[in-house]
Write a protein of this length. Structure first.
Lengths: 297, 357
């Protein structure tokens, strides 16, 4: 019984971890290309999820249409946030950047609560069956789909950065802004694209999370859970973000297992990633794949 | 962005001693004295609601001052200031309830206890900087919140802790008007203390660490020591503010010291002005008054078509919250130097009146 429970938790941890990985990836994308630490990543998820829910519930659209419209909306949303809020702050000290994204996160969270209420709203039914039975394990269809979608996003990310022109331009900008600019890369376009893609990917994660657990402002907490993942993987590594997300997802579910089976202190699932974060910062502050700063303290 | 330390036109300093004075000039000293004098007599003039707002401004200002020493003067970002504020509140209640120490002594003792905890947290924090420090303190915020909810011997767990009202010579300071003087006393003490800390060698070392830590280290400043010390001093003021808060409400609950409060503290110092002692109190006043103004605005709009369209009256808590976020963003974009800088500009304008620019 206990063993089954462990396996079940680990499967859930893996899938949630993939989702963390996706959010972490979109966080890293912004950090890498525009050097902005986005504390409002969680609110991107929230806005995306609510937008999709609104289209589904109020206009009873078919899911794919609502989903596409949400992506379009989030693209514009990301670009607008970048142009209106972040652009005037280019070159400001890091505390200003951190604070402005924190301000954004408070603002959007309040606005979302105002518009949609503080209670958890379930997503309209999308899949015909609630859960599937795979190798004797009960896996929710939504979980399975979210895992598949996450893997799909990751693969398309990899292809985008390897093959497409914009992807190459973004990598060049991340590597050396001035050199990229002198070779004709439009930095403005790259920044806008980074924010647009990040917002879109976050929205996908938000919708998936909303389908699994229902939408509430709790989704925004994903934006904070993302920090252990990105620190573990290294702040500027996309691959690291995915791995970090997976490790944190597995770790917190493992902690939950230990908590339930042996310790019985409760709430460990919520707090374990932050202990991990402190430990990682102490022993390996640049993570698995992060660039080491030459300046040392 | 380097405007932060530049003085307005016409503000001359011709000697080092002149530069190290507590007040810019005689007029500043008299104005401050006048302000304190006004506050001493304010309970006669203002009703108890306004006095309670002043009390809130008081203990938030003390805590914001602590955060400003850490962030504004030493350049260490902390997103977990609220837990030190909370620790001070719990520590004071705990000392009073378990060791029967009079509340009057509990408040500074709690501040010292919080400073020790801050020093402890400062040791790992001194190893990382900038963004990493912000994330580390964010983690500390959640870990400490978790600690508050677990350590029922210290905080009373979910029931919270009760804090006795303050009592000196048999007089209970349990009404707003009476408690106001206690808060005023500590505000004056802590602002004098902070100003003087920043005039010493240690205070100048903080500025050096902020401006360029490598150069500072080369000049013989022990970075680790000053980073940790800054955490300690900042926690001291946070704890002091928290203890005053606890004995004002007579009840400390574990849910109040969340990340929202930490962000509010950061907002206070950004709006007031990073690296300005005076700015801390301005920012605290601004952040305490902002929800009140929003409240007042919403209520004065009641019944109008705008209200009917948006159902404002039900949304007051969200409007308050959103306004905090919006104000942070607007200040960072349009007035990154904060209110203190603007205040200096206004004073300079009057000083140089016909020829100011």
């Amino acid at each position: 019984m206990a063993f089954d429970f462990l396996i079940q938790l680990l499967v859930n941890g893996f899938i949630i971890g993939l989702l963390y990985g996706v959010v972490a990836m979109s966080f890293v994308l912004i950090y890498k290309s525009s050097q902005v630490v986005n504390f409002a990543q969680g609110e991107f998820l929230l806005v995306g999820a609510w937008a999709c829910w609104w289209l589904l519930a109020k206009f009873s659209m078919p899911f794919y249409m609502a989903f596409l419209l949400t992506l379009l909306f989030m693209m514009l949303f990301g670009i607008l946030v970048q142009i209106i809020i972040l652009k005037p702050l280019i070159g400001e000290p890091i505390i200003s950047i951190i604070m402005v994204t924190i301000g954004l996160s408070i603002f959007f969270q309040a606005i979302m609560n105002w518009m949609f209420g503080v209670f958890t709203e379930p997503f309209p039914q999308i899949f015909s069956s609630e859960s599937l039975n795979i190798f004797g394990l009960n896996v929710q269809t939504a979980y399975l789909m979210s895992g598949l979608i996450s893997i799909f996003i990751m693969i398309s990310f990899a292809l985008f950065f390897k093959k497409s022109k914009l992807g190459l331009a973004m990598r060049a900008t991340a590597f050396d802004q001035q050199a990229a600019q002198s070779l004709g890369v439009s930095i403005k376009q790259v920044f806008a694209a980074a924010w647009a893609i990040s917002a879109m990917v976050s929205a996908v994660a938000g919708v998936v999370f909303g389908i699994v657990n229902g939408i509430s402002s709790g989704i925004a907490f994903m934006g904070i859970k993302v920090f252990p993942a990105v620190i573990l993987g290294g702040l500027d590594s996309v691959l690291g973000a995915i791995l970090g997300g997976l490790v944190i997802g597995l770790l917190e579910h493992l902690a939950h297992y230990i908590d339930v089976q042996f310790l019985n202190i409760g709430n460990l699932i919520r707090i374990a990633p932050f202990y991990a974060l402190i430990v990682i910062l102490m022993i390996k502050p640049y993570g698995f794949f992060g660039t080491k700063d030459i300046e040392r303290v | 962005m380097n405007l932060k330390n530049s003085r307005p036109c016409g503000d001359f300093r011709t000697s080092y001693n002149r530069d190290m004075t507590m007040f810019d000039d005689k007029k500043g000293f008299y104005l401050t004295c006048l302000g304190i004098l006004f506050l001493i007599f304010s309970p006669l003039l203002l009703d108890s609601y306004l006095i309670s707002l002043l009390i809130y401004i008081g203990f938030y200002a003390i805590a914001a001052l602590g955060l400003n020493i850490l962030v504004g003067f030493t350049g260490q970002i902390s997103v977990g200031h609220a837990v030190f504020f909370g620790f001070g509140a719990f520590a004071s209640a705990w000392l009073n309830n378990n060791f029967a120490i009079p509340v009057f002594f509990c408040i500074p003792l709690a501040a010292i206890l919080t400073a020790l905890v801050g020093l402890l947290f400062g040791i790992p924090a001194a190893r990382v900087k900038g963004l990493y420090l912000a994330i580390a303190t964010l983690a500390a915020q959640f870990i400490m919140e978790d600690f508050f909810s677990r350590a029922s011997w210290f905080t009373g767990g979910v029931d919270g802790a009760s804090a006795e009202p303050l009592k000196i010579f048999g007089i209970f300071f349990d009404t707003d008007t009476k408690y106001f003087f206690i808060v005023l006393f500590w505000v004056v003490i802590s602002f004098i203390l902070a100003t003087n800390i920043l005039r010493t060698r240690d205070g100048r070392a903080f500025l050096a660490v902020r401006d360029h830590y490598l150069s500072a280290e080369m000049m013989g400043i022990n970075l680790t020591k000053y980073r940790i010390l800054s955490f300690g001093i900042s926690s001291f003021f946070a704890g002091l503010g928290g203890a005053l808060y606890g004995h004002y409400l007579n009840f400390v609950s574990i849910e109040e010291f969340n990340i929202q409060l930490s962000i509010t503290f950061l907002a206070m110092i950004i709006i007031g002005g990073l690296g300005s002692v005076r700015g801390s109190i301005m920012g605290a006043a601004f952040m305490v008054l902002l929800p009140e103004i929003m409240d007042w605005l919403t209520r004065s709009l009641a019944g109008t078509p705008i209200d009917n369209a948006l159902s404002l009256s039900e949304a007051i808590p969200f409007i308050k919250e959103a306004s905090i976020g919006l104000v942070i963003i607007l200040f960072l974009i349009f007035e990154p130097n904060g209110l203190a800088y603007r205040w200096g500009q206004i004073r300079a304008w009057f000083k140089l009146y016909p020829f100011s620019y």
